[in-house]
Ligand binder design. Structure first.
Ligand SMILES: [Zn+2]
Length: 357
């Protein structure tokens, strides 16, 4: 085995032999091995960060490959965490990689974060981002966050220091998934998460090396549709500790999927089972791909839940089942009997093709 060669980064006076030794002794937790996680893992592995833990419970889908170039077409269907470990071992066998094909939850978040020097949020959902935030605040560990939406994204660093704000200093209430766009439904060009993941890796190396200029108290917004970037002041909340800025217990509740989500073979199947179907997709989506179902756009439905009749059992339908699940979860808290079509119209389409003629 060839010994790793870090000479081109060690030439920097900011790194040198001492910095390289620090990287070798560092342990970094990467939550998510997707579009952000791919470059994060490649650059931290290449830099010789001694221990990387990858948490991802997803399997590789062919639609991931355009933005997740550490994987290959032949690997579709396999656990991403294990695949990521394989890719890193080929890149740099000197790095120890732990692959956890599990969900990052309120039950394991604190222990995982405590066991590392730094955590990177490479997730694609708000629930996980707020879990990482709360665990980082409670365990006093730095965290590097990124979010991407179509051509835009934002980057934020939390450190347990007065110059840094956490996510909840800026957004006290955790944003609900499915109610705003995410890559699964919104669409994204691969290099956009690629750039943000690369920036996260850079910030992580700066934090590990103790270098200045790491978005202290700032939020970086970049819009690649116009190549415009802005830095906003991100003021730290006076009480950036539990319970204001770390409410991990609130995130422990998971809606009961068995009751919330309904699997169907066809629209006719839904009618037979007595569901009132509502398509909650956007007007443009419905125009492009009509479902023929009664249509109330998500935003209108959440703003006017009285559009639904008490006593009816509603089944909400969207493209992939993500928005409908979030909307159903919220409407059920108002006492309405609302469920979500698991997998959305995409699942109906897939089951139609799977059935014998
Ligand atoms: Zn805070």
């Amino acid at each position: 085995m060839l010994a790793p060669d870090y000479s081109r980064q060690m030439l920097l006076k900011e790194v040198g032999a001492a910095g390289q030794a620090r990287l070798t002794q560092s342990r970094v937790l990467v939550v998510g091995a997707g579009g952000l996680g791919s470059p994060v893992l490649q650059y931290l592995g290449g830099a010789g960060v001694g221990h990387l833990t990858v948490v991802d419970d997803d399997r590789l889908d062919a639609s991931n490959l355009h933005r997740q170039p550490i994987y290959a077409r032949a690997e579709v269907g396999a656990d991403k965490a294990a695949l990521a470990r394989g890719a890193l071992q080929r890149l740099n066998p000197a790095v120890r990689v732990e692959a956890l094909a599990t969900r990052f939850t309120a039950h394991n978040a604190r222990e995982l974060v405590r066991d590392h020097h730094l955590v990177i949020d490479a997730s694609d959902n708000f629930r996980t981002k707020f879990l990482i935030n709360d665990a980082a605040v409670l365990e006093r560990r730095p965290a590097v966050f990124a979010s991407v939406y179509q051509f835009e994204g934002q980057l934020q660093v939390y450190e347990p220091a007065p110059s840094h704000a956490c996510l909840r200093c800026l957004w006290p209430e955790a944003t609900l998934d499915g109610l705003v766009g995410n890559c699964a439904e919104a669409g994204v060009l691969g290099p956009v998460p690629g750039v943000f993941g690369s920036l996260q890796a850079l910030l992580a190396l700066k934090i590990l090396l103790g270098l200045p200029g790491r978005l202290d108290g700032e939020l970086l917004l970049v819009d690649f549709s116009a190549f415009a970037s802005t830095k906003l002041r991100a003021p730290r909340h006076g009480g950036c500790v539990a319970p204001d800025c770390a409410r991990i217990r609130d995130l422990g509740h998971e809606p009961e999927a068995a009751d919330l989500e309904v699997r169907l073979l066809s629209i006719e199947d839904a009618a037979r089972r007595g569901y009132a179907l509502v398509d909650i997709r956007g007007h443009d989506e419905v125009r492009a791909q009509p479902s023929g179902l009664p249509h109330i756009e998500l935003e209108s439905l959440l703003a006017s839940p009285e559009l639904l009749t008490r006593g009816e059992i509603y089944l909400l339908v969207c493209a992939t089942g993500r928005r409908s699940r979030a909307a159903a979860d919220r409407l059920r808290r108002l006492g309405l009997d609302v469920r979500s079509l698991a997998g959305g119209l995409a699942a109906l389409e897939a089951s139609r093709h799977a059935l014998p003629q």
